[in-house]
Design a protein around this ligand. Structure first.
Ligand code: C5P
Length: 280
């Protein structure tokens, strides 16, 4: 019996860079949510470990031995075989954690296939700073370099997102390197209770993604993407996720998000545009 796991897009509603460790990794304070759109992983019993990539973004991701899916499979399996299929729908290197989510989904699928416990958080972190939060796949406050995951005191309200990527791949290390300051203030210690998407947007407007400015210097299309989202009817707030280039727009209603996404696709036929429910 194959096992399937969903690799949801990870969205940083905020991303504050609060410091830097001696090893170069940055200390973050980030409100992370997930979107009901993403890749899928299917794992089937096999003698050898293999990876097949299908789906609309497959051409952008040639299979290589250091693919995060294979690295995650080796971590879990320690030499066991499995035939893994990745259906790649999220754009590559786009700030919404596609590779990290694929690694996390691989861990879930293979632990079920082989009836194994989940690996330790320290081992998961070795795959990438975003893999622990993707393994949890629910709204969390992410601190440390990504490994300190704090549950939210109050659940986030229902909301819809429109994700947009202008077709720019943005390597994360270059964006961190281009930061002018690494000592930005964290979010408030207590996040407010937010009753609806409008109050979530009002809170987010007082917070930041500190990687936006350096990312936009490296790729000016990102500013254009955020502005195009912000100009859509019903958009409460628009911001870049992660190190970009994907930006999100926040909406109250499904119909408004769907209508806005259709409008943006018509205006920017070359962009990747996807409406999705925000999962809290
Ligand atoms: O851990 P991951 O492979 O996702 O990180 C990619 C790169 O992003 C790292 O090599 C590092 O340059 C940068 N990074 C960072 N601080 C973090 C996470 C990532 O400097 N907390």
């Amino acid at each position: 019996m194959p096992t399937d796991a969903f690799a949801a897009a990870k969205i940083n509603l905020t991303l504050h860079v609060t410091g830097q460790r001696a090893d170069g990794y940055h200390l973050l304070d980030s409100l992370v949510v997930f979107a009901e759109t993403g890749d899928t992983i299917r794992a089937e019993a096999a003698d050898a470990l293999s990876l097949t990539i299908t789906g609309p973004q497959a051409a952008a991701l040639p299979v290589s031995d250091d693919n995060l899916v294979l690295r995650a499979a080796r971590l879990v399996g320690q030499g066991r075989g499995a035939a893994i299929t990745l259906e790649k729908r999220l754009p590559i290197a786009s700030g919404i954690g596609g590779g990290s989510a694929d690694a996390a989904a691989t861990i879930h699928a293979l632990c079920r296939l082989w009836d194994l416990p989940l690996p330790s958080q320290a081992d998961v972190l070795k795959l990438g700073a975003d893999v622990p939060v993707c393994l949890d796949s629910r709204a969390l406050r992410m601190t440390g370099v990504g490994e300190v995951l704090l549950p939210l005191a109050h659940p986030l309200p229902a909301a819809w997102l429109v994700l947009a990527n202008p077709g720019v791949s943005q390597p994360t290390p270059a964006v961190f390197k281009a930061l002018e300051r690494r000592d930005h203030a964290p979010m408030p210690q207590q996040l407010p209770r937010m009753a609806d998407a409008a109050s979530l947007a009002a809170f987010l407007a007082t917070q930041r993604n500190d990687l936006e400015a350096p990312a936009m210097r490296l790729a000016p299309e990102i500013a254009e993407t955020r502005e195009a989202l912000a100009a859509l009817p019903g958009c409460l707030l628009a911001r870049m996720s992660g190190s970009g280039a994907t930006c999100f727009g926040l909406f109250t209603e499904e119909a408004a998000a769907a209508g806005a996404a259709a409008l943006l696709r018509a205006r920017r036929p070359g962009w990747w545009v996807e409406p999705a429910r925000m999962t809290g």
